[in-house]
Write a protein of this length. Structure first.
Lengths: 165, 165
DNA sequence: CCATTGTAGTCAGCTTGGTTGACCTTTTCG
DNA sequence: CGAAAAGGTCAACCAAGCTGACTACAATGG
């Protein structure tokens, strides 16, 4: 039961370079958790990328498709396809841009905001399972260290999200 | 015009459920590092999934395509496609199975083993950048905590690797 | 010992989620 | 003003999965 081992970690024969893969596996595990909970609740199987769209739109109320594309790190055509899909499903709407007649402002519908709350809650569940195992202080430290890494690397510019696989 | 400024690095305003996404972003950042280093070195742009194949074959000297498929969590057809590709590129070879004439034993070539060493080294570089920032003790603790989580969840069975996106 | 059932692997065709390129409209700027 | 840049769409293509059908061999139970 070495759940709270000291950071010295003598017996840990850490293979250098293993951490990145562990990050991917942990994310996958949490993602699986979210999917199975969504299924339990009988919800549509939106994927993490969709949740990320929702979050961006919630935080950026005057975002356009091009904004979204650059945030997601995909082409505007691809982002447009996603937007069309989510609009058809009633999660967001395109509104005319107040000053630029080329552009469209994307806004979440109530349904979209509701889904975002649910997704946040389910991610939090998965996260909590980890906290239960290692302790909330450790989780907070990891959160902090991850942020530090990403802020350091990208220094202002937003981090890319979608894994290259 | 940002309504939500970047989180000020003051008190830990941890949004519950944020950690999973940070895991994905950190992995993506490390993966980007690996890719750009490979490009610098003029190497073929093999993806993380390929490195994972190499590792499995290195650890399981009598693995077949079906073994690999179940390990990767994909269909045998998909695994077969990957194997064909890697064989054409000279990273592995198919050998007749000693006792089962349907099956083929997959083995890394020297070139494959060399690539695995390189990939390990590049992942380690990315990992090290994080360690430089947060300190090696913190990284070791995170490594330990990730392992604990994955071991706890899967309890014996291998963890899924490829992110669902 | 043979008939049935199961397994390793391949081939073919489809789907998904991305790509590039061409294009129209509107905006920005020299 | 006129040229270049930018938002958005349409269309064609591509990569990497998938399912389904199939062959060849293996294992098992009368």
């Amino acid at each position: 039961m070495e759940t709270h081992a000291a950071p010295t970690a003598g017996a840990d024969d850490r293979r250098p370079g293993e951490v990145p893969l562990l990050l991917a596996m942990a994310f996958r595990a949490m993602s699986d958790h979210l999917h199975s909970r969504l299924a339990e609740l009988g919800r549509e199987p939106l994927r993490p990328a969709h949740g990320y769209v929702f979050r961006y739109l919630a935080d950026h109320p005057d975002a356009t498709t091009v904004d979204l594309a650059s945030h997601l790190g995909v082409t505007k055509q691809s982002a447009s396809k996603t937007v069309t899909e989510l609009a058809e499903w009633g999660y967001l709407q395109r509104h005319p841009h107040p000053t630029d007649r080329r552009a469209q402002v994307l806004r979440l519908t109530d349904r979209g905001r509701e889904y975002l709350r649910l997704a946040d809650q389910l991610w939090a569940e998965a996260e909590q399972r980890w906290a239960d195992l290692i302790g909330p202080d450790r989780l907070a430290a990891i959160h902090h260290d991850l942020r530090a890494y990403l802020d350091h690397l990208h220094d202002g510019r937003p981090a890319k999200l979608r894994p290259v696989w």
